[in-house]
Design a protein around this ligand. Structure first.
Ligand SMILES: [Ca+2]
Ligand SMILES: [Ca+2]
Length: 584
């Protein structure tokens, strides 16, 4: 038995218990931020007060534990508010006979955190991959599902594997690239230069976030080579037949093991080569994402690389025109299984595209378009809902409202700020539990959590209104450990914290790589977990005592629903971590 298995079994045996726990944000708290730990007990218990001691063991606060509504496994749920402590240092909280892990209060608690995410992005690279130190997926790819062009080879090596499989989507890769560019534009001071453009550990004079964004842009430019060719997806779920690392990927799409992968264009019609079809009915969801990403990149690279910027500027205009001409969605293409990205909204994507084109060109037609699209979907529809289809409303928050706001007059600024407020209020109306969490626990719940926090942050910056501050912090805290399991949902953040040791990843499993910086999918409704195909735990569940409620999380390689790292979710978190990692 490999060492990793023995360790996991020992950990599992040692930690299953019904002892209450105090859950905290393990990465730490900014001195002026709201600071609330959550006491969780799977059995009823009355705890009264809680105490906070400093590093010397001196009591610095005694206060009343605020009883809250039960949540998931936490039958007894208390909020322990220690916001009054602002002095940087290390503390410990005790309540109900148990102690918290070390609580950190630091002005630089998030410094470098956004850069840490990039370790995972580099590991996910197709084309030259710095982990394997070789070029992976060199034969991409052959056009399928297109009567005019089927069978044609198009050179589209590059980009990122979407998750622990090796499929690649324009839908998620554009959003990942966009958010990284936006994070750099707004918070350049949060990013360092330690790696080169190939992702190798040598500085190259460029911030690493731009090295990563450019890796995405180069691939996206190949996936949209001309006005008549807009590609959307590389590979399909036949990828899942083998459990190989990328350099030895055996996937066989009919051209031999490890050979060409299929490239799906946007056709405006339902797609799927086998039994299952998606509901594609247009091009605008993909065209809008290309346009917004290329337009923002053209702005960012205007001085750094004028030729590259000019090329992307032109592609942004072309993609936007295609989106106007072919409204509707271009969804992920299913293969053998019924799971695919079922994006149903496209006006959000065209809004963001129009907002970026206005920023780039100052042509007021784009601003008018942006506001019109925004009015058609003011609130991202999962906000306030119990459930949604897989990636039905994507991106999970609409950066378009903020991008309009940056360049709009006072009246229009009020309109788009109000759109954000409505979405936040809808989530908050469901958040009357001890964790102050109001998102639906569908697949990839961590992405919803990160997006809720990001939207709340943007709203606060846009308006100065702090009414959602507590909930913004609660979502951030959740991602770094203030959740029923006490697990940071980002691998290796912080490195001395509790995080996934057994993610659903062949690279992690076979190569004993930590996958530092990866954001996991996150907890799901137990009803979803029970109904997924081919899912089972490979080892005893070390979090079994906290998996008794309506949501579950498993640190197990077998759980592809809660413990799989995800590329676009990781990139999506970069904005928020950059923003709070470099407080102004
Ligand atoms: Ca660099
Ligand atoms: Ca959309």
């Amino acid at each position: 038995m490999p060492l990793i298995h023995i360790l996991a079994l020992l950990q599992g045996a040692a930690t299953v218990s019904t002892t209450p726990a105090i859950r905290i944000n393990q990465l730490g708290y900014l001195p002026d931020a709201p600071k609330v730990a959550v006491f969780c007990s799977v059995a009823p218990i009355d705890i009264g007060n809680f105490n906070v001691t400093d590093a010397a063991g001196k009591k610095v606060l005694q206060s009343t534990a605020a009883m809250a509504k039960s949540f998931g496994p936490c039958v007894a749920n208390y909020r322990l508010d220690f916001s009054s402590i602002r002095k940087p240092g290390e503390y410990r909280i005790t309540a109900g006979g148990v102690a918290s892990p070390i609580v950190r209060i630091r002005a630089n608690a998030y410094s470098g955190a956004a850069d840490t995410l990039l370790y995972y992005m580099r590991e996910q690279r197709s084309g030259f991959n710095p982990l394997f130190k070789t070029v992976v997926h060199t034969h991409d790819g052959i056009v399928v599902d297109d009567s005019a062009r089927g069978g044609k080879f198009v050179p589209v090596t590059g980009g990122w594997a979407d998750a622990s499989d090796y499929l690649q989507y324009v839908m998620t890769s554009t959003n990942a690239t966009f958010v990284m560019l936006m994070a750099y534009r707004d918070h350049p001071g949060s990013f360092a230069d330690r790696f080169d453009s190939r992702g190798l550990p040598e500085r190259n004079g460029e911030p690493d976030i731009l090295d990563e964004a450019r890796h995405g842009l180069e691939w996206l430019a190949r996936m949209f080579p001309s006005d008549s060719e807009m590609y959307n997806q590389l590979g399909d779920d036949r990828d899942h037949t083998y459990w190989d690392i990328p350099p030895n990927d055996s996937a066989d799409y009919g051209w031999g093991k490890g050979k060409e992968r299929p490239v799906y264009p946007c056709t405006g019609k339902p797609q799927g080569l086998f039994k299952y079809k998606n509901r594609s009915n247009g091009l605008a969801s993909t065209a809008g994402k290309y346009a917004s990403t290329f337009a923002l990149a053209a702005t960012v690279y205007r001085k750094r690389d004028p030729a590259f910027a000019a090329k992307l500027h032109q592609k942004a205009l072309s993609a936007y025109a295609i989106g106007k001409k072919f409204p509707g969605v271009c969804q992920g293409a299913p293969g053998r299984a019924p799971y695919y990205y079922e994006e149903d909204n496209w006006v959000d994507d065209m809004e963001l595209a129009a907002a970026e084109l206005y920023a780039l060109t100052r042509d007021r037609i784009y601003l008018r378009d942006a506001l019109e699209y925004a009015s058609r979907e003011p609130v991202t529809p999962w906000m306030g809902a119990d459930t949604a289809k897989h990636y039905q409303w994507y991106p999970w928050h609409n950066n378009g409202h903020y991008e309009i706001w940056r360049n709009a007059n006072l009246a229009d600024r009020k309109i788009v700020s109000e759109y954000y407020r409505k979405g936040l209020a809808a989530v908050v109306s469901r958040a009357d539990n001890g964790f102050r969490i109001g998102i639906p626990f569908i697949w990839c719940s961590n992405n919803l959590m990160a997006s809720f926090a990001t939207q709340a942050y943007l709203y606060r910056r846009m308006t100065g209104d702090n009414q959602f501050r507590e909930y913004e912090q609660a979502a951030l805290d959740w991602l770094f450990g203030t959740n029923p399991w006490g697990v940071s949902m980002v691998i290796g953040l912080p490195h001395d914290g509790v995080f996934a040791r057994d993610p659903h990843s062949v690279v992690a499993k076979e190569m004993h790589v930590e996958l530092t910086g990866a954001l996991l999918d996150g907890p799901v409704y137990s009803s979803i977990y029970k109904n997924l195909l081919g899912i089972s735990l490979h080892e005893p569940d070390e979090y079994a005592s906290f998996n008794t409620g309506f949501i579950v999380y498993h640190d197990d390689v077998g759980d592809y629903s809660t413990n799989e790292p995800i590329m676009d979710g990781t990139a999506n978190l970069s904005y928020l971590l950059a923003a709070i990692g470099n407080p102004r």
